[in-house]
Design a protein around this ligand. Structure first.
Ligand code: DGJ
Length: 372
């Protein structure tokens, strides 16, 4: 009897240890007692350990003064500060020169090469948001250090897979290049590929972004392109460090930012935001039977208080954990960027559709990691 009780007590404690309490929007201290500084981030699970990568933000500027930080955890609650995985440099004119903009980093593991590959959105120092580049870096260990490879625009000289018509038809769009924005004719030209055509030779713009590894090991870069008016999904090469040349346009003219993707039961789900700078807006939801579409838009997945402003946040990543998907978002604080908060909420399914309810606090069962 005594042994039986001990057995059940140890089983209970194992069960309880797998539950962590998540408090969305609160200060989240790391193992140094400092609020985690990894904004616009994403999480990689590797060999049972979680690695959280994000933007280091300073107290008074969103410019990158430090670089991309990394934290690790066994339980998604207690985070050990691993340091700066990809630092800024002090080389004048360098892509990563201190004062540039490094946003929304995501890391994926390539099982073929054994390398960890980081993708992020890069803006050059002093150039606002005009560069609109991806940047890519690789490492031998999940926490880094990451070796910077390059930055650039996407798929120069290549037409999207889903673009009908020949280049001559696309060339007629040039007439709308200097037209007044938001007129019906201009909107139609945008949908038809006005900015895709404009950027064809030098490559497509890439701002808010994420990367996603599918069940077959192929990886994709998903990013706001075409002046933030249209999303694009571009396949990566087998080593995940470049674009393969295959890409599609999604929700042309729909003004989507902050893409976060997950796959459940054979369906691809994409949660995005609108484009309102640092201010929160209503989340959008899309689904598709294949990464190549067709992508269909659904109503806002958020429910409850402040559901029409994504609970004050903007999405950044969806993390599969056990039988849960965790929607991760940032509550930006542009006047005090380092005080931006993290909103993690469970995604549940109602009538076959993903929904996100607000919880002041909730329990996450971390027992079975799905994305190893
Ligand atoms: C919204 C984006 O989602 C953020 O990552 C950042 O680029 C801000 N805009 C800048 O205003």
């Amino acid at each position: 009897m005594k042994y039986c009780l001990m057995f059940w007590m140890s089983m209970m404690s194992m069960f309880l240890m797998a539950q962590v309490t998540v408090c969305p929007g609160e200060i989240w201290p790391d193992d140094r007692g400092q609020h985690i500084n990894a904004h616009g981030g994403g999480i990689l699970c590797h060999n049972g350990r979680y690695y959280w990568f994000g933007e280091h933000k300073s107290d008074d500027t969103s410019a990158a003064l430090v670089g991309i930080t990394c934290y690790s955890s066994d339980n998604l609650s207690d985070w050990h500060y691993e340091g700066v995985a990809l630092p800024v440099t002090d080389v004048p004119g360098d892509d990563l020169e201190r004062g540039c903009t490094m946003e929304r980093p995501k890391v994926i593991y390539n099982a073929r090469t054994g390398k960890f590959v980081m993708w992020l959105h890069l803006e050059l120092k002093g150039k606002g948001y005009s560069a609109a580049r991806y940047a890519v870096a690789v490492a031998d260990c999940p926490a880094g250090p990451y070796r910077y490879l390059r930055s650039g625009r996407v798929n120069a000289g290549i037409k999207p897979l889903d673009m009908e018509g020949d280049m001559a038809a696309l060339d007629t769009l040039d007439a709308w290049k200097d037209a007044e924005w938001w007129t019906p004719q201009w909107r139609k030209a945008v949908k038809d590929g006005l900015f895709m055509r404009r950027d064809f030779a030098d490559g497509q713009m890439a701002r808010d972004q994420t990367v996603f590894v599918d069940v077959d090991g192929r990886a994709y870069h998903i990013y706001s392109s075409e002046e933030n008016l249209t999303l694009q999904i571009a396949e990566l090469t087998a080593d995940y460090t470049a674009h393969s040349g295959r890409f599609i346009r999604v929700a042309a003219g729909g003004q989507n930012e902050a893409p976060a993707i997950f796959r459940y039961d054979g369906t691809y789900w994409l949660i995005t935001s609108g484009c309102t700078g640092w201010a929160p807006n209503k989340a959008r939801l899309f689904s598709a039977p294949s990464i190549w579409g067709p992508w269909q838009q659904h109503p806002n997945p958020c429910r409850g208080k402040d559901a029409d402003i994504t609970f004050g946040g903007q999405g950044t990543f969806v993390l599969p954990v056990g039988d849960t998907f965790v929607f991760m978002a940032d509550i930006w604080r542009p006047k005090h960027p380092s005080d931006a908060r993290y909103v993690w909420l469970p995604i549940t399914f109602e009538d076959g559709m993903p929904v996100i309810h607000w919880h002041d606090e909730w329990n996450l069962d971390t027992k079975k990691a799905r994305n190893e």
